[in-house]
Write a protein of this length. Structure first.
Length: 228
């Protein structure tokens, strides 16, 4: 036995070897978990600059008749280091500003998922790191157009004003996805299989005016801001 100053060096070496072996086993067991924890997606909702997320389009009614509409979109960006899977944007609530400037919850509003641009689905399968996808927020219709699309529940919207349709996965028969002019605050929740839910407050100022020029429409017809 090699002993110096009361230390049994053979025993120390055995303990050191056992510790190193244990560390190697722990690394092998938890390497993937640690890597997954360090490399993860990070989703962010963005609506500015709005001019890049808003465009005018001609939509067919199926009878060779075309009508102008503005499509309003938000971006979902993955600022993380791993691909986000099955991303969803959920409209959890809606409030409307009253005459005194206070936002009041709309009791008739039905929470629902938004649909994704080009696919029309309520879920985006993947968003890779440093990549963004567009999600449809809604459409602004020409004055009077709402009466061609909806039932009696939205007849209160004047024919002289534009109307806004929230692009949810379903359009309820109650008309809760249709909006007259006013200022609204939507609670949007972004989530995926790999991320925790993140909430945003999106304020839409729907003025009720129509302009064929997109820049003028953005400046004078409506506006969007995001509150964290």
């Amino acid at each position: 036995m090699d002993c110096k100053n009361g230390i049994e060096w053979g025993t120390v070496a055995q303990w050191a070897g056992a510790f190193a072996t244990s560390c190697a086993v722990l690394v092998a067991l938890f390497k993937d978990s640690v890597k997954s924890w360090l490399n993860k997606p990070e989703l962010q909702l963005e609506a500015l600059p709005l001019i890049d997320n808003c465009f005018l389009s001609n939509v067919s009614d199926g009878n060779n008749n075309f009508e102008k509409r503005y499509y309003i979109r938000v971006r979902i960006i993955n600022n993380g280091t791993r691909t986000a899977k099955n991303v969803k944007v959920f409209v959890a609530g809606c409030e409307k500003e009253n005459a005194s400037g206070k936002f009041i919850r709309r009791p008739d509003f039905q929470p629902m998922k938004l649909v994704w641009t080009h696919t029309g689905k309520n879920e985006c399968s993947t968003i890779e790191p440093e990549i963004w996808n567009h999600c449809e927020l809604g459409q602004i219709l020409l004055p009077g157009s709402i009466n061609k699309l909806a039932n009696e529940s939205v007849k209160h919207i004047p024919n002289t004003e534009t109307s806004f349709i929230l692009d949810t996965e379903v359009k309820p028969f109650t008309g809760s996805s249709f909006f007259e002019k006013g200022k609204y605050k939507f609670t949007l929740e972004v989530v995926s299989d790999d991320t925790k839910k993140k909430s945003y407050k999106l304020v839409l100022n729907h003025v009720g005016l129509w302009f064929d020029d997109a820049t003028k429409m953005y400046n004078e017809g409506f506006g969007i801001t995001i509150e964290s």
